[in-house]
Every structure is written in C-alpha cells, then in structure tokens.
Ligand binder design. Structure first.
Ligand code: FMN
Length: 329
C-alpha cells in the first residue's frame, strides 16, 4: 500500500454515499482508511459518468480502497485496469457481499458465494495486475466450518484482506451479525479478517478488535452519528486531537458543504439530506438550521443558509447557555 492506515477504524463501502466528499469528511473525523462506493465493472467499461465520479479521489484523502463488482472475471480485470489507470487506490476490494437482487442476478456480489471457483479465479487473476486484492463478503451460513472454508478459499487464492459481514444473504439486515463466528475466523487467519456488521458504538469496535480482527468497518453507525469515530478512537487509545465540540462539528460541516458545491447539484442535495439529521445533533440552533436547509433549492443556497447560521453561531451558543442556566435555577 502507498498510504497505510494509521488506525483500524475504517469507513465501509456504501453505495450512493461513500464518494469523495463524504470520505473526506470521515478522514477529517479520523477514520484510518475508506472504501469507495461499489462500482459496477460494466458501468465503468460502458463509460457511465456515475462510475467515473465514484473513482474520483481528493488529494486530502487517506488510504482508499476501490470496490468493484462483477459477475465475470474478464470484465472485472478490464474495469480494474481502467480504474487504476484513471485514479490511485491502495487496494481493490471485490464485492462478494451485496445481496441485492439486481447485483446477484448479474452474477456478482453475494452470488459469488455460490460460485466459489469463479470467486477464486477472480482473485487469482486480479492479483496478477499488481495491486493488493481484498474481498468483502457475507458468511455463507451460521456454521463455523462453512465460514472458515469460504475464507480459506479466498485467502488461498490470494486475498490479502477479507471483510466479513456476519449475516447470511437470506438474513438481509435482519437479526444480528454473528460476531463470534467472525472472531473464530479472525483467530484462524491472523491479520487477514476485517469485521463488519452492527458497529454502532465504540464498544462494538473494541469487541471486533479484541476478537482478533485487523480492522473494523463502520457503516450505518457512521450515518447515524459520524462522531462515533471520535469516541471509538479515544477508547482505543489513539492520539486524537479532534474533539466533538460544536466548533469542530461546525467546521466539519462547513468543509463538507464546500466540497458538495463541487459536485452535481442533485447528488450534493442527496448527500446533504443523508447527513443533515445527524451532523448537528445536540448543537444549539440545530433544528431551526435543519428545517431551513431542508427547504433549500440547491446546494449553493444550502451553503448560504449554513454560513449565516455559522456567523451567528456564538450568539446561538450564548443563548443556549443562558437557557440552560435559567432551567437550572
Ligand atoms: C446505505 C448502504 C450502502 C451499502 N453499500 C455497500 C456497497 O456498496 N458495498 C458493500 O460491500 N457493502 C455495502 N453496504 C454494506 C456495509 O458496507 C456494511 O458491511 C453493512 O452495512 C454492515 O455493517 P453495519 O451493520 O455496521 O451497517 C452498504 C450498507 C448500507 C447501509
């Protein structure tokens, strides 16, 4: 890898979310590595602009793993070569996890769990392109032997890292991610397994690491509260000069919005709405700000609304403090 992760808390791949403005925000908050959203190999080869947008990397980002999905070896190889020609990444992650009907019908995503020979061939041939190959997958069943032999196949074929979600395909997001089974496999393949599934608190992160995972992916937990990353890093004992103060939240959001102004308006508004409810949690004036921003016509207007809020921020804080004092007496 050109850039090395400086901590084991990593941003998971999330379709329609983890493009560069979101990743950059999470690197500022402190994640050690991030993934692109999954990119369809065919979309890249057919020249879809959304696929090229997903490949964009900002110079301020830390270690970045590209995720591709494909139902066949040839298109995976072609897309991987094209992607690494256009942009730089620390590794290629092959998606063998996505349970969506569309992705599985293409022969990619989690359907590869049922086609182990194709999965292994993808890894073997992609490895020859000269960059580290990672895999993201789900457990094939709740049986330890099945899970271990699936991971053994992937690692023997040359996968340097397997991000394992402890749910089966048929589970979707129901029930819980089987953290114990991930732990057993992590101990059987030291240094190779990253844990993913139900990471909502710093204790969840710690648990995966204590069970032997080399990294932990934060996904829905980061959408609920991006600052979970700060808590988790503090708990893990990583030196972190960032604190979840209102000023820090405001600065993170200001830079996120300014980055969003550089992408297409519909995409920017989609990402803004995704993070609007969580990013100002607990902040003075937040609900007022949220409702004004939700009514914004376009990202430029949203940024203007935010700026006038940010300029009056000290007043908001002073008012909130006065209210709190008043409530106490
Ligand atoms: C909105 C959303 C989009 C996702 N997109 C991808 C994806 O593109 N590729 C992938 O491998 N996993 C994807 N995932 C799965 C996550 O990376 C993660 O493995 C999963 O959500 C389990 O972690 P969690 O329970 O902590 O959310 C997605 C999850 C969510 C919530």
């Amino acid at each position: 890898m050109n850039k090395m992760p400086n901590n084991p808390l990593w941003l998971a791949p999330m379709a329609d979310i983890t493009s560069w403005p979101v990743r950059k925000m999470f690197f500022r908050v402190g994640v050690g590595l991030a993934h692109t959203e999954m990119v369809a190999s065919r979309a890249l080869m057919e020249g879809h602009s959304s696929a090229f947008y997903s490949l964009q990397r900002h110079h301020d980002e830390g270690p970045l793993v590209l995720q591709l999905f494909s139902g066949d070896v040839a298109s995976l190889l072609e897309a991987a070569q094209e992607a690494f020609r256009i942009s730089s990444f620390e590794a290629l992650s092959i998606n063998m996890a996505c349970p969506s009907k569309k992705v599985m019908a293409s022969g990619g995503g989690a359907s590869l769990i049922n086609r182990p020979h194709v999965a292994a061939e993808m890894i073997r041939q992609a490895k020859n392109l000269g960059f580290p190959i990672w895999v993201k997958t789900r457990i094939p069943s709740r049986n330890l032997k099945d899970v271990a032999s699936w991971c053994d196949l992937l690692i023997s074929a040359g996968a340097k890292n397997v991000a394992l979600h402890g749910r089966t395909v048929s589970q979707g997001y129901k029930g819980s991610s089987d953290r114990n089974i991930i732990g057993e496999v992590a101990r059987a393949f030291p240094g190779k397994i990253t844990g993913t599934g139900d990471v909502f608190t710093s204790d969840d992160v710690l648990d995966y690491l204590e069970k032997g995972c080399i990294g932990v992916l934060v996904a829905r937990g980061a959408l609920k509260d991006p600052f979970i990353v700060l808590d988790a890093l503090a708990k893990l004992g990583f030196r972190n000069d960032r604190k979840a103060t209102f000023e820090f939240q405001r600065e993170i959001f200001r830079s996120f919005l300014s980055d969003l102004c550089q992408v297409k308006d519909n995409l920017a508004m989609h990402l803004l709405r995704r993070f609007l409810s969580c990013i100002f949690k607990g902040m003075p004036g937040a609900s007022q700000l949220r409702s004004s921003m939700a009514r914004a016509h376009g990202i430029t207007q949203a940024f203007e609304i935010f700026n006038s809020f940010a300029n009056n921020f000290s007043d908001f804080c002073a008012k909130e403090e006065a209210m709190n004092e008043h409530r106490k007496h």
